[in-house]
Design a protein around this ligand. Sequence first.
Ligand code: ZN
Ligand code: CU
Length: 496
Amino acid sequence: MTEPSDTTADLLIMNASIIDGTGSPRFDGAVAIKGEKISAVLNSQQTDFPQSLNTQIANSKSVFDAKGLVLSPGFIDAHTHDDRLLLSDPLMMPKLSQGVTSVIAGNCGISLAPMTSAFTSGVIAPLNLLDESGEWFQFKDFQSYIQALRARPAALNCALLVGHTTLRVLAMKDLNLEASELEIELMREHVTEALQAGAIGVSTGLYYEPAVAASAKEVMEICRPLSHYGGVYCTHMRDEADGILQSLDESFLIGREINVPVIISHLKIVGVNNYGKSPQALAHIEAHQSRQEICFDCYPYPASSTILSHDRAVTASRVIVTWSKPLPEMAGMDLSHIAQKLQLSEQDSIKRLVPAGAIYFRMDEGDVQNILSHPQVMIGSDGLPHDQFPHPRLWGSFTKVLGHYSRGLGLFPLESAVRKMTSTTAKNFRLKGRGEIREGYYADLTLFDPEKVDSSSSYENPISRSIGIHGVWVNGVLAYQDGQATGQCAGQVLSH
Ligand code: ZN
Ligand code: CU
């Protein structure tokens, strides 16, 4: 036996069509992996290829033939509510089966930590989207949450935001008021603790009841530590309907005031009166980008999903119930159908169903496609992993963009589709060494069939693995192959 030389790779993925995540055209070649990183990227067009490839093949411990398949960076889910899934179901199948290798959790103002309150009369919505029982809210600070994630790693990586609504529920006496100076100070201390422990930013959900009373000033004061720690500010804005431009302005103001990048979560245009306004919203963002850093994510569906309420239901053309605590047998049914069954009005049916979740059809497909086509957009699923009958975005966002929107409709080339879910996201969230196939970068990789890749989840059948995902590696470890998780959990908590 010879001593392994420097060029010994643990794995060589060869004969692949490589899409490197930057948006550059694909090329035929091979990727060598050593430990958790990419040790070489070989382009078969390069003249020195045969020599270096021979050395790599001769020395690598295993070889994977990727003929006919595309190898890309693993996808980064820019917007998730996976805070608890990472612990309760670490194989993370809804994401892994789409080729996702990293998730950003803690969005929309709701994070699992810090929170230890015993919720005597049920978990306050929308925190109940993470855990209706309340038992998973067991981490008194962010550090203990991150410790738990590191003690039992998930199959993929995560980066974490601390949620402003979680902090409000934790720190405030009356959620109907703006925070007092003392309460602001307490929340700011929690933000500092979270950032020191490894959180990458703060999220807000000013749209949701427990945060509606918070002013821009309150948010700024709580988020002040962000700039010192290089954190980001992510927001589910106050208004995504008639007042979207004002809400964009409020988000920009907060970012400018505290000098941090602004990430607009799930950019969308809500309400039939606003259909077709996506060019205005995008132009508004572009107009402010010369003054400050602003970016945005989007999920590829014209229906949203969150907790069930009458106010939301009346703005939607169709409502599907995704879960209901008192009437779980109604999950998956249209609200109109439930109302018939119960022989009640829709409004009274909702009173019987809550606490509950729903899918709301209240966007224009043209706006969705317009936002998805923007060169700067990131793909984020916004999937709700604990819903009984979830929105199909949970299992299908990434593969739907690759299959339906890129290959099917031809909205953008496959290289652009991959960029929207890899390098763009890594840059915006400051995830170093991720999101590109490049020597020295982490070996987070997805291998898929470009002719077949697609989602198979639908509103009727939401829990379904994607088609055409052949292999997923996380930090150099094979996590998913041909429809199955390998059971290997090499995910890391990514911090700045
Ligand atoms: Zn949201
Ligand atoms: Cu969300």
